[in-house]
Design a protein around this ligand. Structure first.
Ligand SMILES: *[C@@H]1O[C@H](CO)[C@@H](O)[C@H](O)[C@H]1NC(C)=O
Ligand SMILES: *[C@@H]1O[C@H](CO)[C@@H](O)[C@H](O)[C@H]1NC(C)=O
Ligand SMILES: *[C@@H]1O[C@H](CO)[C@@H](O)[C@H](O)[C@H]1NC(C)=O
Ligand SMILES: *[C@@H]1O[C@H](CO)[C@@H](O)[C@H](O)[C@H]1NC(C)=O
Ligand SMILES: *[C@@H]1O[C@H](CO)[C@@H](O)[C@H](O)[C@H]1NC(C)=O
Ligand SMILES: *[C@@H]1O[C@H](CO)[C@@H](O)[C@H](O)[C@H]1NC(C)=O
Ligand SMILES: *[C@@H]1O[C@H](CO)[C@@H](O)[C@H](O)[C@H]1NC(C)=O
Length: 443
């Protein structure tokens, strides 16, 4: 059943204490396996309520929608084996979650009249070409685009209009805004900012997944390719070649942050994983195998670089290479989600140990009794720890969704290396132990 899981209590790791020390598996040539400490803490159901309630900013609403799709409405998440095309699959079009439609409706209610103007270019059914939301960022509004596409695909509300604009028109207007209006840098990267070409790592989570999802729904390979190309251009523009980590903000004027910000790296890796998953589920997957391989390699570059620079309890620092910055739970949590996704997509389980460490640290020490993630960077002030982080709340749900999929898949190594006779190795046994500890069907 599609949407029932929301009714289940959200529990991060079950109640069972599992103290397990894993051994080095030299036969597999892996480095010393991490010690899984206390996988014990229960997250209050409040956490899910916070994901729903604390979002305010454009990108927060978009990230919330994505977290809910991955956690609760998986048929609409490309990470799920049950993912399908809501535009063409009738049963999916009949089950678009109300909650996602509400997010889309709020977006169209806030859509600026200027985006509706027909002046200055060819218009779509008189609707004009412009951003879904008024925003200094040309990228963040795109994070809400998937919700608008799903509302458009809905059997129940797909033909409705909000302020006389249809969902599909608003989505197409946003797409053409990105492709035709937003400034680009000299290499062709679509800017993260509306007023000038400037690259932010955050872009990779906001825009390419929208281009890819749009391309998937409309079977348009050009858009899937553009999603890939933008990831490639952002990597070229932001990667620090000495560490492989990505800088946060480069080019342009005003806001500057050339540092290797944890959350920026996590946005980039997580965005690339979403594009990879969407390409993989599309009819063009075989034709785009080199693009898939690149996206995997680029995500793993980030994970490997982060993994080799963790602090004692497995978290990464707010600026990953700077040991005088605090350990940041937000960026760490989203990186853990990426590491689990690499495993659930059967690409590699090499990073599950890294993810488990973060997962257990966050669960044990960084979810407070009212359901907030603590110890997260202030999302509005990149260098400081904040009191709470809306995006960080969503990252916990993204990590949990990925972890849940990993465990429900048996926690085994299904990558080609494993299936070609090397065996599941210690990862498999940790996964199976977890599964036993938590109880089958717990979720
Ligand atoms: C984000 O969503 C909330 C409702 O959950 C809404 O009040 C707010 O206006 C939205 N923000 C933007 C920028 O649309
Ligand atoms: C947007 O455009 C449509 C179609 O031209 C029009 O009916 C509607 O009133 C416009 N809405 C706004 C807010 O300008
Ligand atoms: C919106 O839905 C209509 C009807 O299903 C479809 O023809 C159109 O392509 C959709 N638009 C987008 C942008 O997905
Ligand atoms: C794919 O999308 C692009 C960008 O919107 C568009 O120009 C092109 O016509 C589309 N191709 C097909 C086959 O629909
Ligand atoms: C490392 O972080 C500290 C604390 O924020 C800062 O003062 C220092 O300039 C940073 N060092 C580098 C090399 O960026
Ligand atoms: C991973 O492999 C398992 C079988 O070993 C399969 O059931 C599952 O669908 C695969 N997942 C993906 C995303 O390919
Ligand atoms: C949990 O964290 C939030 C956000 O920082 C804070 O407002 C709340 O008071 C904390 N709850 C407890 C019980 O400490």
């Amino acid at each position: 059943m599609r949407t029932e899981s929301l009714l289940l209590p959200l529990t991060l790791l079950g109640r069972t204490v599992l103290a397990q020390s894993t051994t080095t598996s030299s036969a597999l040539g892996r480095a010393s396996a991490p010690v899984i400490q206390s996988l014990a803490e229960t997250i209050p159901d409040d956490l899910l309520a916070k994901v729903r309630d604390v979002m305010e900013q454009t990108w927060e609403n978009g990230t919330k929608a994505q977290a809910l799709l991955e956690y609760a409405y998986q048929d609409f998440s490309p990470f799920s084996p049950t993912f399908g095309n809501a535009l063409t699959d009738i049963s999916l079009s009949q089950s678009i979650p109300d909650e996602i439609i509400t997010i889309a409706r709020t977006t169209l209610e806030n859509r600026p009249a200027s985006s509706n103007s027909s002046t200055g270019g060819s218009a779509i059914n008189g609707v004009g070409i412009g951003s879904l939301l008024e925003d200094g960022s040309s990228a963040d509004p795109a994070s809400l685009g998937i919700s608008v596409l799903l509302a458009n695909a809905s059997a129940a509300v797909g033909t409705q209009e909000v302020k006389n604009v249809g969902w599909g028109e608003a989505a197409e207007s946003e797409l053409r805004y990105l492709l035709e209006r937003v400034p680009r840098n000299s290499a062709g990267a679509i800017s993260h900012r509306a007023d000038q070409p400037q690259l932010w790592a955050d872009f990779v989570y906001m825009v390419p997944p929208y281009l890819a999802y749009y391309g998937y729904l409309s079977s348009n390979q050009t858009l899937l390719q553009e999603a890939y190309t933008q990831c490639a251009l952002y990597r070229s523009g932001l990667q620090d070649t000495s560490t492989n980590l990505w800088r946060h903000i480069m080019e342009g004027t005003g806001t500057a942050d050339p540092g290797l910000w944890a959350t920026g790296n996590a946005w980039a890796a997580a965005g690339m994983m979403r594009v990879l998953a969407t390409i993989q589920k599309s009819p063009f997957s075989d034709q785009m195998s080199s693009q898939r391989a690149d996206l995997q390699a680029w995500s793993e570059e980030i994970i490997n670089a982060a993994k080799s620079r963790t602090a004692k309890d497995g978290l990464v620092r707010n600026y990953i290479d700077n040991s005088s910055t605090f350990e940041d739970t937000a960026g760490s949590t989203l990186l853990a989600a990426v590491a689990y996704r690499l495993a659930t997509m059967n690409l590699t389980t090499a990073h599950v140990g890294f993810a488990n460490q973060i997962h257990s640290t966050v669960a044990a020490r960084h979810i407070n009794s009212t359901g907030y993630l603590t110890g997260a960077v202030d999302p509005l002030s990149f260098g400081k720890q904040g009191t709470y982080s809306p995006e960080g709340q969503a990252f916990v749900l993204l990590m949990q969704a990925a972890y849940k999929d990993y465990i429900s898949g048996g926690g085994e190594d299904k990558t080609s290396a494993a299936t070609s006779g090397k065996g599941a190795g210690w990862i498999g046994s940790v996964g199976v132990s977890l599964l036993l500890a938590l109880g089958l069907g717990f979720w």
